[in-house]
Design a protein around this ligand. Structure first.
Ligand SMILES: Nc1ncnc2c1ncn2[C@@H]1O[C@H](COP(=O)(O)OP(=O)(O)O)[C@@H](O)[C@H]1O
Ligand SMILES: [Mg+2]
Length: 384
């Protein structure tokens, strides 16, 4: 089987995962010796879920009981499903670590609507059937009780990752306040994670149930050195190599963003194969870049599509011309500066498509979206 050197899209693991050494060290330390529950944040596709998977592996090796719940995958999206998934995952872990055959047997026999465990002398069942389904409070209490008991019985630290945690926010403040109280009292450790551009703003709002609750940690891009090492080592085995200029351009274009590093690498390899080349040069790279622009994350396109009228104009102007001052943008868009400023602020807070740089000037957050828009308007794409 031919192994592809790069992988983009879903979270990666195994040989496709690179580096994050510092993040892993810091987070392991915080988890094992710190007292706080953690909130990880970072833009979409920066590698949060991949990092969580890797953390989970290393925590398992250290004798913890880590589980990952993907809040964005709750279907139906409701509170009961959330707890049901949590208990299901706890069960999987328990079966894994349980040495007693009898315990395994019991754990395997769970009925779909009757979730629970019998460990040694503890019998613990939660009915997710018709009877108790409405009693969310009880379900919540029992799930947290169960979590504590599993920790006590197995003598292992239970660590619960909640990926895309903000998906639980629509369940309402009453739910979130109760959840906060339970997490606070729980013996388990919670690590929540979010891509939402307003996540940190939410957590620093006094009225928010999770105000100042978590210790926060930002997941950022990777260093050029690490990216270069990864790009080269992955393709070497396949008898293909990069020209140094091509590598430099990938590093420039991807700007430390692991998704784009993998995306560009993927297309460079594909095109080299189809052109029968063993060396990836700038020409291959520039073709790869064009292909990559067709594969920018769907959420970016859909956010862009949501911009209408003057809001859209302002954003397009920002993409097409390298303007940094609001007055320049306003002039190009045919607006007065105050209106342009307001629209830019709106694009920032509602969609996160623009951000303010160190000089408090607006810039497009995602460079691939910027190039995509340039292409859309037949504007020469600015390859360095
Ligand atoms: N540590 C990593 N090593 C290699 N590729 C990564 C890494 N982290 C992220 N990626 C790339 O980014 C893509 C998205 O990663 P993911 O973990 O799903 O991000 P997030 O959860 O932040 O949206 C992956 O498909 C992969 O191509
Ligand atoms: Mg993710």
């Amino acid at each position: 089987m031919v192994n592809l050197p790069y992988q983009y899209g879903r979270e990666v693991s195994g040989e496709y995962f690179f580096n994050r050494k510092k993040d892993l060290e810091t987070l392991s330390r915080l988890l094992l010796y710190g007292k706080n529950d953690l909130a990880l944040y970072g833009i979409r596709r920066i590698g949060k879920t991949s990092l969580m998977l890797r953390l989970k592996e290393s925590l398992e090796k250290k004798g913890c009981l880590p589980i990952i719940i993907k809040c964005e995958k709750l279907l139906p999206l409701d509170e009961v499903t959330f707890f049901k998934n949590l208990v299901d995952e706890l069960k999987v872990q328990l079966v894994k670590v349980s040495k007693k055959e009898k315990t395994k047997e019991v754990a395997k026999l769970f009925l779909p609507e009757k979730i629970g465990v019998s460990v040694e002398d503890i019998h613990f069942w939660i009915e997710f059937g018709k009877g108790e389904i409405k009693n969310l409070k009880k379900i919540m209490e029992k799930t947290f009780d169960l979590t504590n008991k599993i920790g006590a019985v197995t003598k292992r630290k239970v660590i619960i990752f909640l990926d895309e945690f903000q998906e639980l926010f629509p369940f309402g403040d009453a739910f979130l306040w109760a959840l906060r109280a339970h997490i606070n009292e729980s013996k388990a450790l919670f690590i929540v994670c979010s891509s939402h551009h307003r996540f940190i703003a939410n957590l620093t709002q006094e009225k928010h149930p999770f105000f100042n609750f978590f210790q926060t940690y930002e997941i950022k891009g990777v260093s050029d050195d690490d990216a270069e090492l990864f790009l080269k080592s992955r393709i070497e085995k396949l008898g293909v190599r990069y020209e140094q200029q091509a590598i430099q351009k990938i590093l420039y274009l991807s700007n430390g963003h692991p998704y784009y590093i993998q995306l560009l690498g993927f297309w460079c390899y594909e095109l080299a194969l189809s052109l029968n080349k063993r060396v990836i040069d700038e020409k291959v790279l520039s073709l790869a870049y064009s292909e990559s622009l067709q594969a920018i994350p769907a959420h970016l396109i859909s956010s862009f599509e949501k911009l209408k009228g003057k809001t859209r104009s302002v954003f397009v102007v920002l993409c097409l011309y390298d303007l940094s001052s609001v007055s320049g943008i306003a002039k190009h868009a045919g607006l007065d500066p105050k209106a342009a400023y307001q629209l830019l602020q709106q694009i920032e807070s509602s969609y996160g498509l623009v951000k303010r740089n160190a000089e408090n000037k607006f810039e497009v957050t995602d460079l691939f979206l910027k190039a995509y828009v340039q292409k859309l308007f037949d504007h020469p794409v600015m390859v360095p």
